[in-house]
Design a protein around this ligand. Structure first.
Ligand code: ZN
Length: 155
């Protein structure tokens, strides 16, 4: 399997990851009206942590929760008005792997992801530089996310 992304959009993801450093960034890659788009979403993890540190022990440095502006995009995806191609987030000062916590979040308490056809892109950011970008996809056979090739096309 391969996940394909344009160089322009890969650059947009990297710019987002650098801007939110040392916190995680998050967002989505969608196709709407035949065009690929990067949708930036705010990471509200710090606000949740401040309100309720017991329920949300992790800060935005090591976790993300997508802000409410993600809801209309997800609803439009469920209605078939756009295609949700991938979710992305960054790992400040950590490698670009799909963590157990990431898997738990993608599954949302079920045994398969809420969006099984959406890839997951994870960027490793160290000292505000993106060091690695990897793509993962749900593998129905092994019931887990596996790394897939990330193909970048010129635009
Ligand atoms: Zn993660």
């Amino acid at each position: 399997m391969t996940f394909t992304l344009t160089q322009t959009h890969l650059d947009a993801l990297h710019a987002h990851a650098r801007e939110t450093y040392p916190d995680e960034c998050c967002g989505m890659i969608i196709t709407r009206n035949g065009r690929e788009e990067v949708v930036r979403v705010s990471n509200i993890q710090n606000a949740l942590h401040e309100q309720d540190p017991e329920q949300f022990p992790r800060t935005a440095a090591i976790a993300y929760t997508m802000g409410p502006e993600s809801a209309p995009v997800l609803i439009a995806a469920e209605r078939g008005e756009l295609a949700l191609r991938a979710f992305y987030h960054s790992h400040p000062e950590h490698d670009s792997y799909f963590s157990a916590e990431d898997k738990k979040q993608a599954l949302g308490g079920w045994d398969e992801p809420n969006y099984p056809h959406a890839a997951q892109i994870v960027m490793s950011v160290r000292a505000r530089e993106v060091r690695a970008t990897k793509a993962f996809a749900w593998d129905e056979t092994v019931r887990d996310f596996v790394e897939v090739a990330l193909r970048v096309t010129p635009e």
